[in-house]
Ligand binder design. Structure first.
Ligand code: ZN
Ligand code: ZN
Length: 489
């Protein structure tokens, strides 16, 4: 009985400490540390490679990728740790393999590896340094899940969130509250943001009072002073996305399972298009020179003498190679089942310009000259979303705007957000004799534009039919393209 309560007490203590933020734990562990003569020079918890003090950039400090798409990082763990400490370290190492293509593996004879040791405090180099590189996790102060992840993320190439070059838009650094010789910790660095937003909940973000000399905040979130800052107990979703983008991991993204309308809703919510962008009605760009619905005479893409429809495209150069793969896969998917061939533009007058602008949108049909298909990096790069926007560019509208839709779905007007009701107006769509299709990639989901969490569309007669949950073009979507463009003639 005594033993049990003692154990319980210990677990309470451990549990307690693991709730501390990374920067509090680092501060406690690294306070007053004097590194040994064989240890690297430290800037807070970052070890400096004096052979190469440059910030880690993409050319030299990544860990190499194996032909199977995984990044294997060999490690050794010093034998000075207790079994429960090894468990915590192992759990931290393993956590990367669940959500990224990083796989820490016990070293056999690889040249480059991380050597996890209990040295003076918690620290790591940023990125791969070559040969054995120490990740110090001192017993007593550094063996916590968030600290293990934090130091390993340094070893993968990442810096602290508060050193991002866009940080002044998200936190106010209060220089007068910072300990004089700790101010360097707030210098802006060329960090590897990978297109992700500034993230207060990154495990690389320090907390509000980090390096305070007077108990007053050194960082204040803007504009909302009350948001949590640097209190994460594990990697955030953005930390995971950054790793996956930097290492070009092709992991199964849960968002890929979301329906088109959920993805569009997430990406386009609250979007304010810029001055040079078109007027939008949901994800459809309105050509104000010609606001007619797209009809068959003018908005088709022309047919070549070989019977194929060649649609020229350009892709803006701000996408990562992983994002480019998703876009190309979407473009190419049309050539397997239809006579549409998207191809890189040379000097054709009319073409689509794929760019990361404000959300996901496209014009309906060919507009003449360059026409934007916006696939914002933050939210639109999914196979079904790419196909959906390209189908708009080919001339198609949303399934729920078909003029026969009232036979197949009941629109529940009272549940629709007032200024979104126009999305349910009927349009002269190009049905091409195909039946109404709940699984069209142009069909929105049951709760699209709901103002109260109740359905805005109910399938009839079978209320339980899946509605708008497609992750790719349906058979009817394909038939429509082939008929509209007379692919088989
Ligand atoms: Zn750190
Ligand atoms: Zn759409």
């Amino acid at each position: 009985m005594k033993g049990i309560s003692h154990l319980f007490f210990l677990e309470q203590v451990v549990e307690d400490k693991s709730q501390l933020s990374v920067s509090e734990l680092l501060h406690r562990a690294n306070k007053g540390i004097v590194p040994g003569p064989d240890e690297p020079k430290l800037m807070d918890d970052i070890a400096i490679n004096e052979k190469n003090a440059d910030p880690c950039t993409s050319f030299g400090c990544l860990w190499p990728k194996h032909s199977d798409g995984k990044v294997y990082i060999p490690y050794v763990i010093a034998n000075s740790y207790s079994p429960s400490e090894v468990d915590i370290i192992q759990r931290g190492l393993d956590s990367f393999s669940y959500s990224t293509c990083i796989s820490f593996i016990p070293r056999s004879n690889e040249i480059d590896f991380v050597s996890i040791e209990s040295r003076s405090g918690c620290y790591s180099y940023v990125g791969r340094v070559g040969n054995g590189q120490t990740v110090s996790l001192e017993r007593g102060g550094c063996v916590y899940h968030n600290i293990v992840q934090h130091e390993l993320i340094h070893a993968l190439g990442f810096n602290h969130e508060q050193t991002r070059n866009d940080r002044d838009n998200h936190i106010q650094v209060v220089w007068e509250n910072i300990i004089e010789d700790m101010k360097y910790n707030f210098d802006i660095i060329d960090t590897l943001n990978q297109g992700t937003p500034y993230d207060y909940s990154s495990v690389m973000q320090y907390e509000r009072y980090a390096f305070s000399k007077n108990g007053l905040p050194t960082m204040i979130p803007i504009p909302d002073n009350n948001v949590e800052l640097g209190t994460s107990t594990e990697m955030s979703q953005n930390d995971i996305i950054r790793i996956n983008r930097l290492y070009q991991c092709f992991v199964e993204d849960k968002s890929a399972q979301l329906s088109v309308s959920e993805l569009l809703h997430r990406a386009n919510r609250g979007i304010v298009p810029e001055a040079d962008e078109p007027k939008l009605m949901d994800d459809i760009a309105v050509n104000e020179k010609n606001a007619d619905p797209c009809t068959s005479y003018g908005c088709l893409w022309p047919k070549y003498s070989d019977g194929k429809i060649y649609v020229p495209y350009v892709i803006a150069n701000h996408y990562s190679s992983r994002e480019l793969e998703i876009i190309k896969r979407g473009l190419d998917s049309f050539s397997y089942t239809t006579c549409i061939r998207f191809f890189p533009r040379s000097n054709e007058r009319d073409y689509i310009s794929i760019e990361s602008r404000s959300g996901c949108y496209s014009y309906v049909g060919r507009q003449g000259y360059a026409q934007t298909v916006s696939l914002a990096r933050n939210g639109c790069l999914y196979h079904n979303t790419v196909q959906h926007e390209l189908l708009h560019a080919l001339g198609f509208n949303h399934e729920q705007t078909r003029n026969d839709r009232d036979n197949h779905i009941q629109v529940v007007w009272e549940n629709i957000t007032e200024d979104m009701k126009y999305n349910f107006n009927k349009i002269n769509t190009l049905n091409q004799g195909t039946p109404y299709d709940y699984s069209s990639v142009m069909q929105y989901g049951r709760y699209a534009f709901s103002k109260n969490g109740l359905p805005t569309m109910i399938p009839i007669p079978n209320n339980n039919a899946a509605l708008g949950t497609s992750t790719e073009m349906s058979q009817n979507d394909i038939i429509r393209i082939n008929r509209l463009y007379q692919c088989c003639e």
